[in-house]
Ligand binder design. Structure first.
Ligand SMILES: C[S@@+](CC[C@H](N)C(=O)[O-])C[C@H]1O[C@@H](n2cnc3c(N)ncnc32)[C@H](O)[C@@H]1O
Length: 315
């Protein structure tokens, strides 16, 4: 792990075991980050193996290179959005894979670096894009200042499970008429003000849920998860494993349901007497229930508290 991209990998051993990481294997890490998981995969595959490492964020790619170089050179870094996996496989002529990893969400350095705009406690432009060079992607400020009240309520409640989404959205719509909302701390103090006197659930900062919701919306994270699973299964060889770590209930629900959909034998409407969909199951679910972090890991890395790991195997 490089010091400028210090991120403690979650469920490290469980992930490598889930991938059945072996000598000579070919793997793909769709969310390389600081290469915590990737560098150990690279070490375990040895010189005969290979790992493809994707990340949408150029800062992560640059940090990962330094970490991976210390282990070996049988890797390829690719700055890309994993949603485009089918095209990436073609372009880079990626062979059938022994395992694919998705460790979803945001890395600690992305949160810690003020100018990325992910953190409500650090003054910065309200950005939140994983890839700041993807010009076509709207920033969090674009969303907050242009979405209707109803759209904001939907995002805050669906992606953030924010109980006061209506109150907050109404206040934002009022306040943005007076002044464009351009920074993280400006938004965070508006949220605090809008909830004046309201009791907060748990002990989290009142802006936590709205910031999470905006990050998910800006990066279209949930649709990405839904789209990647069938593409990932296609890219695996028989017996290959797909390991996904998610960090909030909504994300985990999508992983669970999309995996279930992928392993279904038949997708005909339930009342149809004879099956004509020709669908056969391409995979089986390895983890009936998600694997969660041990108490020891949670003590050492509180981020692991909400992590859920699910495994699917191509058949
Ligand atoms: C939780 S971190 C991964 C940490 C990594 N497993 C480690 O051990 O160091 C998630 C990473 O996924 C990247 N990411 C998020 N969405 C992505 C996407 N759609 N395509 C590619 N990378 C993405 C983020 O930029 C971030 O670096």
């Amino acid at each position: 792990m490089s010091s400028e991209f210090a991120h403690k990998s979650v469920m490290f051993e469980e992930t490598l075991e889930g991938l059945s990481c072996k000598k000579g294997g070919i793997y793909l890490d769709c969310t390389t980050g600081g290469a915590g998981h990737s560098s150990e995969i690279l070490r375990r595959v040895g010189e005969e193996g290979f790992i493809y490492c994707l990340d949408r964020d150029i800062e992560a790619i640059n940090a990962a290179r330094k970490v991976l170089d210390k282990v070996g050179n049988n890797y390829q870094l690719i700055q890309a959005n994993y949603v485009n996996l089918d095209r990436i496989v073609e372009e880079y002529e990626i062979p059938e894979l022994d395992g694919i990893l998705l460790d979803l969400g945001v890395s600690s350095p992305q949160l810690d670096k003020a100018e990325r705009g992910f953190s409500f406690s650090k003054e910065a432009p309200l950005d939140m894009r994983f890839s700041q060079d993807e010009n076509e992607t709207a920033t969090a400020a674009d969303l907050v200042n242009s979405f209707s009240k109803d759209e904001l309520v939907k995002i805050f409640s669906e992606y953030g499970e924010e109980p006061y989404s209506k109150t907050i959205a109404e206040f934002i719509v009022q306040e943005r008429k007076k002044k464009y909302i351009s920074t993280t701390t400006q938004l965070s103090s508006l949220i605090v003000k809008s909830l004046d006197g309201k009791k907060f659930k748990g002990h989290i900062h009142p802006a936590t849920r709205v910031f999470q919701a905006l990050r998910i919306a800006v990066n279209d994270e949930l649709k990405g998860v839904e789209k990647i699973i069938p593409k990932a299964i296609k890219s695996l060889k028989k017996g290959g494993k797909l390991v996904i770590i998610s960090f909030h209930s909504l994300e985990d629900r999508i992983v669970k349901n999309t995996m279930r959909e992928a392993v279904k034998e038949c997708i005909c409407p339930p009342r149809q007497p004879i099956c004509n969909c020709d669908k056969t199951s391409e995979a089986k679910i390895v983890t009936k229930k998600p694997i969660i972090a041990t108490e020891t890991e949670i003590r050492e890395n509180p981020r692991a508290r909400s992590a859920k790991l699910r495994i699917l195997e191509k058949i």
